[in-house]
Design a binder for this molecule. Structure first.
Ligand code: F6P
Length: 471
């Protein structure tokens, strides 16, 4: 007896973490993927296949918080080659505009292939006849094709949570053709933005040689694959409800108090990742203090940096750089009891995040490149008071929808400074006008709508197989 819905993601929604006393505990995994897929799973009766972190072997399937979870183990070599190596040392920087330099290593690729195959084998075992299998993100781009070979009866969807790069960058990959063919195993390949889908279709035409027409790819075996944009979102109503709760309201007041009741609080919340533009944003803020436009008695910048991929060298370097920068800014510009930046290297539960969003007057989201950025949408969902300013990078997928934010180019420090100041000085009327419009967008395009539209498109592509008329 298999499952009718199978989610295949590199990570489980929970991580297995060792406690100081040597026992093990489960803790929510970081990142946007998990927060988006979890509500989808709750709505159905599916199973989630993923890695719980670490190198523990032979983990048994289990239930956590009402979800059926099927843990996949990885050896130390696989973690290094598949996860830290090919996924996060090759694909991540390549797909994010080369913000860091991607490394190409054949041993990493071999581990990537092996891990993808094991995930595909497990999905093939757990899926019922004709089931829907939804494969997630860049760590598993070979799974659709591998799975189709094992189980042609399945409906297979793939969703890429990060940007899909233009051909000019993608073609650096020594394994570009294998990745494209891997994705073509799906019936529907979803991207955050139309540009990503168009990049993919163009590459398939140029590199694999299949016929394409608009968002459709025609395979020699008669199958049609559709590539389209499905901008991801959040559980907007859930966040709003949380933000309105008494505990979050009280906690928001406590946070302001603990920060010394400044007149304005700036907030940044990111995984500690070099794509997020944390360094440039803090520099811009510090310059505003230096210029005398802002004062530490008046304002504070709270930066939450969630620990991430800590074994990857680029991430270690970034952490040192941010530590040094924050130390220097606070040393030069802070006063007793009044740091310029309140820096927190930690992850927090949803309630605490909602309280921070409510306490923050200016939310600063300035990635160099980001698939979507759900933090921006979470902030909007929590501001049921229709106040608070969002400063948002043009290069985050969210900027396509949240047009009323203060949009910035994160490479332009002066432009960022100007936007931070404008957002800081905006009056309640201006804030209300912008926030109302953004809230409308976020509440009408929530994560449920996202999942439903992907699922219904997936059924439509599958049903049209064989009926399509070739151009
Ligand atoms: O959303 C992008 C993403 O890479 C997810 O695939 C991932 O689960 C999340 O960010 C967090 O990263 P990681 O799994 O490497 O901790």
């Amino acid at each position: 007896m298999g499952h009718d819905l199978v989610i295949v993601a590199n990570r489980l929604p929970v991580d297995r973490v060792e406690q100081p006393d040597g026992s093990f505990d489960w803790r929510p995994s970081p990142g946007g993927l998990v927060s988006a897929i979890e509500p989808v799973m709750r709505a159905g009766d599916g199973v989630w296949i993923g890695w719980p972190g670490g190198t523990e072997q032979d983990l048994e399937p289990f239930e956590a918080d009402g979800l059926s979870l099927h843990p996949m183990s990885m050896t130390a070599e696989e973690v290094e080659g598949h996860y830290e190596g090919f996924s996060n040392g090759t694909l991540w920087p390549l797909y994010h505009d080369l913000v860091a330099k991607p490394e190409f290593h054949r041993e990493w690729w071999e581990q990537y292939v092996a891990v993808n195959q094991r995930f595909a084998d497990t999905a093939a075992e757990l899926a019922s006849e004709g089931a829907l299998v939804w494969v997630q993100d860049y760590q598993l781009q070979l799974v659709p094709q591998m799975l189709r070979e094992l189980r042609p009866d399945l409906r297979i969807g793939f969703y890429l949570h990060i940007p899909f790069p233009p051909a000019e960058l993608f073609q650096q990959l020594p394994w570009r053709r294998q990745l494209l063919e891997g994705l073509l195993g799906a019936d529907l390949v979803g991207f955050q933005l139309p540009g990503g889908a168009a990049n993919f279709v163009r590459l398939v035409r140029q590199r694999v040689g299949h016929k394409t027409h608009r968002d459709l790819v025609y395979l020699p075996d008669g199958r049609t694959v559709r590539a389209a944009a499905f901008p991801i979102s959040i559980d907007a109503a859930g966040y709003e409800e949380l933000a309105q709760s008494e505990t979050v309201t009280e906690r928001a007041a406590e946070i302001r108090e603990a920060l010394g009741n400044p007149s304005k609080i700036f907030l940044g919340v990111d995984r500690l990742d070099y794509t997020k533009g944390i360094y440039a944003r803090l520099r811009a803020y510090a310059e505003l203090l230096e210029d005398g436009e802002l004062d530490v008695d008046d304002a504070v910048f709270v930066q939450v940096a969630v620990p991430s991929r800590e074994k990857v060298e680029e991430y270690q370097r970034l952490r040192d750089e941010i530590d040094r920068l924050v130390g220097r800014i606070n040393g030069d510009l802070g006063r007793i009891g009044r740091p310029a930046i309140s820096y927190l290297h930690s992850s927090y539960p949803r309630e605490e995040m909602a309280a921070m969003y409510r306490a923050a007057d200016v939310m600063v989201v300035t990635p160099y490149r980001d698939g979507m950025n759900l933090v921006a949408k979470e902030y909007v969902a929590c501001r049921y008071d229709e106040q608070g300013a969002l400063v948002l990078s043009e290069f985050a997928g969210a900027a396509d929808e949240l047009r009323q934010a203060w949009l910035v180019n994160p490479y332009d420090i002066n432009g960022m400074k100007a936007a931070l100041l404008e957002a800081f000085r905006a009056d309640g009327k201006e804030l209300g006008r912008r926030m109302r419009a953004m809230r409308k967008t976020v509440s009408s395009n929530d994560v449920q709508a996202w999942a439903e539209s992907f699922m219904s498109e997936l059924s439509a592509v599958r049903e049209s197989h064989g009926k399509s008329v070739r151009p």
